[in-house]
Ligand binder design. Structure first.
Ligand code: HAM
Length: 426
């Protein structure tokens, strides 16, 4: 078959009707769990000031350096398609004066994000995320709660084999000492690092830690670990988070090389991975604490923590682990029509049935009664409405009870009452 002239842009895809139930199930689950934990929904624009991400995510991160979709407006504003949701939400928190609300402010979101990445399995240029942010609380309990909410969402969706990987990257007091020692270590091994890491070493040495290159991985085996450099407060914070996770019996492992690719994190960083053998540790969700972000964006000092998960990756995991999906609803009534006058009168009747709460199927594209009845019986409906030329002229309609095969003629004004009666019969 010849390629169609127009296709979706590279790394972007349609969410086709057969996949919509997965998105609906995820959305409903996030809504339910976040509402229990008192999160309120927020939507921010798809486009934001380009510099919002440079400031927050970081100038020397892959997201800002390589992955931003940017555009200049006619008014010469430099905007970016949002690559992530935390910076826009903090921008909104500051802009809308949420600091004067009772703290913490808990927000959740669900929508499309954009990163100009090399498309590959689980990595798209347009993808969807669900996210939660708890802003205005420095206690370690909200780190644990962010993990709990995200973990529970994934579990409730039907994913079972999950593990939390967690680390602390310290704060502005202890991280510089760690950074210095890591730099020193990397400098000594410079020639064994890949060319990307040789550059990262100067601009963002922590990013070297999550390089997937085999050679770099070997060099990193003996690299200094951030947990060994934590100051007393950061050490206590991590200990508290882990104790909360122990209480919750959430499986976790300390991952000394986990740093995450966004600069705004302080202290806790975490990811939730699938442990299913075939999924090769796909990262479903990631998050962490970001106590400096508000200040970096020009606001007051506000502690915060949150997480986001990739919907496409969740959908793929749901399919591969054969998560049971609810059956789509089938109509209990089917409407058929014969002849031009009946067809003309069909739409108002259908509309009346919709307003009365019936699920009704029809097949307006087929005019023959046999074909229409064939579809009705394939659907397994309980009742069929038949509007022929004669009935249309007399404001009547036939109702066939498909279970008893009995057929009655009723006045069109009595359809709702008669149908209710028939559907009630066993
Ligand atoms: P992130 O780790 O960059 O974190 O993204 C979160 C999740 O989005 C990932 O774990 C992954 O499932 C999904 N994801 C990321 N990039 C892609 C892609 N190109 N294609 C498909 N899925 C993708 C953040 O975005 C932070 N804002 C999370 C956060 C919230 N931290 C604190 N609060």
């Amino acid at each position: 078959m010849a390629k169609p002239k127009f296709q979706t842009p590279t790394g972007m895809h349609d969410i086709l009707p057969h996949n919509q139930p997965y998105y609906d199930k995820i959305y409903e689950t996030v809504k339910k769990i976040s509402s229990f934990y008192d999160f309120e929904k927020i939507d921010t624009p798809i486009l934001e000031d380009f510099n919002l991400f440079v400031r927050s995510v970081g100038e020397n991160t892959d997201i800002v350096e390589k992955e931003m979709f940017t555009l200049k407006t006619k008014g010469k504003d430099l905007l970016a398609l949002r690559p992530e949701g935390t910076a826009p939400i903090m921008r909104s928190y500051i802009e809308n004066g949420f600091v004067s609300l009772p703290q913490p402010v808990r927000l959740w979101y669900f929508g499309p994000f954009f990163r100009y990445e090399k498309p590959q399995a689980g990595r798209f240029r347009q993808f969807n995320q669900l996210g939660i942010e708890i802003i205005g609380e420095k206690d370690a309990i909200v780190d644990a709660q962010s993990i709990l909410v995200m973990y529970s969402i994934l579990q409730e969706i039907g994913l079972k084999d999950l593990v939390v990987k967690i680390n602390s990257i310290g704060d502005e007091k202890c991280r510089p000492i760690y950074r210095k020692d890591l730099m020193k270590y990397l400098r000594e091994k410079k020639n064994s690092l890949c060319s990307d890491c040789q550059k990262r070493m100067k601009t963002n040495p922590l990013r070297v830690l999550d390089c997937k290159n085999e050679k770099c991985q070997q060099v990193l085996v003996e690299a200094p670990q951030s947990v060994d450099y934590l100051c007393e407060e950061c050490k206590k914070h991590l200990k508290d988070v882990l104790e909360y996770l122990d209480e919750l019996k959430i499986p976790y492992c300390l991952e000394s090389k986990l740093v995450r690719g966004l600069d705004y994190y302080t202290r806790t960083v975490f990811e939730i991975e699938s442990t299913r053998e075939e999924s090769c540790g796909v990262v479903l969700a990631g998050g962490g604490r970001y106590d400096n972000l508000a200040k970096v964006l020009g606001g007051e000092e506000v502690s915060a923590c949150g997480a986001a998960a990739g919907i496409e990756r969740i959908v793929s995991e749901m399919k591969e682990s054969k998560v049971k999906m609810p059956f789509s609803s089938v109509p209990e009534v089917f409407f058929t029509q014969i002849g031009p006058l009946a067809k003309k009168k069909s739409l108002p009747i259908l509309e009346e049935l919709r307003k009365s709460g019936f699920e009704v199927g029809e097949s307006f594209g087929k005019d023959g009664l046999k074909a229409q009845l064939g579809k009705a019986s394939r659907l397994g409906v309980k009742a069929v409405l038949i509007l022929g030329q004669k009935e249309a002229l007399n404001d009547m309609i036939l109702i066939r009870n498909m279970q008893t095969s009995k057929q009655v003629e009723v006045s069109q004004k009595d359809i709702v009452k008669e149908l209710k009666q028939i559907l009630k019969e066993k």
